[in-house]
Design a protein around this ligand. Sequence first.
Ligand SMILES: C[S@@+](CC[C@H](N)C(=O)[O-])C[C@H]1O[C@@H](n2cnc3c(N)ncnc32)[C@H](O)[C@@H]1O
Length: 191
Amino acid sequence: MFYYPLPTIQFWLLILSLIFLLSFLAAIVVLFTDLCLTIATMTLFKGPFFARSGLARINQVKKLADFKPGQKVVDLGSGDADLVLAAGEKGAAALGLEINPWLVFKSRQKVKKCGLEKLVKIKLADFWKVNLNGFDVIMIYGISYMMEKLEKKLLQEVKKPTKIISVCFPFPNLKPSKHLSQVYLYNLKGS
Ligand SMILES: C[S@@+](CC[C@H](N)C(=O)[O-])C[C@H]1O[C@@H](n2cnc3c(N)ncnc32)[C@H](O)[C@@H]1O
């Protein structure tokens, strides 16, 4: 009979160290990818940084927006599509406008993986050049210095009652109807 020796404690320590090392390397790769996307967005495409809203804020957006089937939703700078997917999962027709082609590519893959291609569309576009009338919900995770310009654009273009959701950065003059932590809801009546 041939017996394999039982793995020793050193063997398990080696396995644990390898797992730890691989997780550490994976984290570095993720951080590096995000850093590259941030630099690309800020320099090549002259937009604000790329950062994800993250699970907690996505849940706050969902509570405030109360997405419904048939609604028209847009995310101005849709990043890697988390917010538009949240809207699509509730049956809303969601459009992501994104200036960074790499994020557009990644988002379209993600949408396909979720089987939401019929409801969620990602467009390579500069949202400053898109008319924002006709949506039921407009979402934005921008940056403080652009909020005044965006406020003016919304007040000029939005003609019907629309929910505006801003992640992290409030508008300078509009008063939020509600906020959950750093996610702000504005109910625009439309002009
Ligand atoms: C802070 S991230 C938010 C991503 C996503 N909305 C989220 O909440 O997870 C901002 C995104 O806006 C995009 N962006 C910046 N300026 C833009 C513009 N003028 N038109 C379209 N997208 C823009 C950036 O490429 C980036 O992906």
